[in-house]
Design a protein around this ligand. Structure first.
Ligand code: PMP
Length: 429
């Protein structure tokens, strides 16, 4: 008898491409059937067969205060009752903007959009419009949404120009995108020597979250800042994932490096679709209507999304809330590491605030894409399915970071660590 998830997935494949509305959900790299969920509460998810899981995906990051936090739900419900969209200014946009600016002082002006992809797409256009230059630099293994110019694979050498990472992206669109290895400042210097005065922007995930979780090596972000200052390129931090996670003020607060522009998403909408682009007023004011760089959105600044983001940042910003979630993340990662070691399984880990990374490899620390690609994918697959079976939901890919929320309490952590102990012990050698 197939499970309800299996039945729903069979039907979903008749309607949706690959049965899903976002590619990574399809369990392609781990195999098996995606789990369909019917409910989330705090740190827990409940699937359509009634099984419960501690959730470390948290919708790929947004749910920093857990599922269905009562204050977030109430804010959304009360706002919905007043109308769902006006296509005109509303006060909630000011409130969320104020809240974000309070946490990230590099943001003097902000433009709300509807996703991280949109934020990054607009950042590239704004940087180009502001500097009058076309070239951009991004890093291998960093992901900035499905923006044509940023869906780029590295060529074989450091200075080869970007080649399209997907059919449908014209080579003409990616030839102004240069890629360099993450955490390799020497390679970045080489790019600047060659292209420095043509670069509009350097886009970076200040802690990388799309090749699992890899923090910057000391001096990397500072080096990018110096190179950008010397060349006139804008430094754009893609904090879609790291914002309100690596610390409340994002990676820019944790590492003390001030970007010109910041892309936000995920937590800023607390589970509703929000992204944002913010930064120096002088740069941001080049956007329409103040400036000539066009950008707009029918649902941008949507009241429900604003209300959800405001309530989420409110709860997260309360005395000790984020710090407690960080402490829970540390306990989780240290606990997993100790249990892997006891079972004789090589496991390298990273933690950055409430983000974490697990790598089945002897390489410790993992610092770049090649390290992640060289980790044991088969062992990850076994670990993933073992944990799923034991009631712990991890992202179905070894290239995704893990996330912890303020709702991950003692019960959730103990459940996870007990499960991991059994699963590590049972992994094929
Ligand atoms: N930038 C980063 C760093 C991300 O992690 C993501 C999404 N995982 C995006 C941009 C794109 O955001 P969205 O999926 O909301 O378009």
């Amino acid at each position: 008898m197939p499970t309800r998830s299996e039945q729903l997935f069979t039907e979903a494949r008749q309607h949706l491409v690959g049965g899903v509305n976002s590619a990574v959900r399809a369990f392609r790299s781990v195999g098996g059937t995606p789990v369909f969920f019917r409910r989330g509460e705090g740190a827990w998810l409940e699937d359509v067969d009634g099984r419960r899981y501690v959730d470390y995906v948290l919708s790929y990051g947004p749910l920093a205060v857990g599922h269905a936090h009562p204050e977030v739900v109430r804010a959304i419900q009360e706002t919905a009752a007043l109308g769902t969209s006006f296509g005109a200014p509303s006060e909630l946009e000011n409130v969320l903007a104020r809240s974000v600016k309070g946490l990230m002082p590099s943001i003097e002006r902000i433009r709300m959009v509807n996703s991280g992809t949109e934020a990054c797409m607009s950042a590239v256009r704004l940087a180009r419009g502001y500097t009058g230059r076309d070239r951009i630099l991004k890093f291998q293994g960093n992901y900035h949404g499905h923006v044509d110019a940023l869906l780029v694979q590295a060529g074989s050498g450091v200075l080869t120009l970007g080649i399209p990472g997907s059919p449908g992206v014209p080579a003409a669109v990616t030839e102004t995108t240069v890629t360099a290895p993450y955490n390799d400042l020497e390679a970045v210097r080489e790019v600047f020597r060659e292209y420095g005065d043509e670069l509009a922007a350097v886009l970076v995930e200040p802690v990388s979250g799309n090749m699992n979780c890899i923090p910057p090596v000391p001096g990397f972000l500072e080096g990018l800042r110096e190179l950008c200052d010397a060349s006139g390129a804008l430094l754009v931090f893609d904090e879609v994932m790291t914002g309100f996670r690596v610390s409340l003020g994002g990676a820019q607060e944790r590492f003390g490096v001030r970007p010109d522009l910041t892309c936000l998403g995920k937590v800023i909408g607390g589970g509703l679709p929000v992204g944002a682009l913010g930064g120096r007023a002088e740069v941001m004011d080049h956007l329409a209507p103040t400036g000539p760089v066009y950008q707009a959105g029918t649902l941008s600044g949507n009241p429900l999304a604003m209300a959800s983001g405001i309530a989420t940042l409110d709860v997260l910003g309360r005395e000790g809330a984020h710090a407690a979630a960080e402490a829970a993340t540390r306990e989780l990662v240290e606990g997993l590491r100790a249990r892997a070691e006891a079972a004789g399984i090589p496991l390298s880990t990273h933690q950055a605030g409430t983000m974490f990374g697990l790598f089945f490899t002897e390489t410790d620390p993992v610092t770049g894409f090649d390290d992640v690609a060289a980790a044991d994918a088969e062992r990850f697959r076994h670990f993933f399915h073992g944990m799923l079976e034991a009631g712990v939901y991890l992202a179905p890919s070894a290239f995704e970071a893990g996330f912890v929320s303020t709702a991950h309490d003692r019960v959730a952590l103990d459940h996870t660590l007990e499960a991991a102990e059994r699963v590590f012990a049972g992994l094929p050698r």
